[in-house]
Design a protein around this ligand. Structure first.
Ligand code: SF4
Ligand code: SF4
Length: 188
């Protein structure tokens, strides 16, 4: 993804530009101490450490930020938030970067976006995750038979351990719909 592509997409979405500016504000007093990187349980899997991610945000390197998978691998464990000596809301900032990436509809995050949507739709509907239905919806949305095939081994193992519990889907607005709608209103 070229810088101009991301800048153009951001320019077309003032809401996402504002959201990114808010993230920058949230980490404005970062002193680059690296405590977040040293504390993050997923840092070893990230292509850019959290400290570097905040540096890229602060220097407006949107190309670096959205070429990275780092925020997608954030498990929202809150360790960095608890340990940051400046008390910065880092977990929330990672979540905001995810939202901006989803909003920009970047090709490289398409599968993550569909997975996240299937997950959130499931929570909205049942108040918890029904794994089998969530994965079925995800596979349908991806429209690529190679994706479900890549999960075959895991599916067989789960089935052998009686961990798959298929349910018939239920329809309607969803158990947590009012909560979701309220959160959406507050985001505006
Ligand atoms: S722990 Fe806080 S101050 Fe230190 S690098 Fe991370 S965000 Fe910056
Ligand atoms: S909240 Fe995310 S970035 Fe922070 S330590 Fe946990 S996994 Fe790492």
């Amino acid at each position: 993804m070229h810088l101009t592509d991301i800048r153009e997409k951001l320019a077309a979405r003032p809401d996402l530009t504002r959201q990114l500016a808010q993230v920058k504000e949230q980490v404005a007093t970062c002193i680059q101490c690296g405590t977040c990187s040293g504390s993050c349980p997923n840092a070893g899997f990230m292509d850019m450490t959290p400290r570097r991610m905040w540096r890229a945000v602060l220097t407006d390197r949107v190309d670096m930020v959205f070429s990275s998978q780092t925020f997608m691998l954030c498990a929202s464990c809150y360790v960095c938030t608890l340990r940051c000596p400046r008390g910065l809301p880092l977990t929330g900032a990672m979540a905001e970067l995810k939202q901006v990436a989803f909003g920009l509809n970047l090709d490289r995050f398409k599968r993550s976006t569909l997975f996240y949507k299937a997950f959130m739709d499931n929570i909205r509907q049942y108040g918890r995750v029904r794994e089998t239905e969530m994965m079925a919806r995800y596979f349908l949305a991806v429209k690529d038979p190679r994706v479900p095939m890549s999960y075959t081994g895991m599916g067989i193992k789960l089935m052998a351990k009686h961990k798959l519990h298929p349910h018939l889907p239920t329809w309607g607005p969803g158990r947590l719909a009012p909560l979701f709608d309220r959160a959406k209103q507050q985001e505006r």
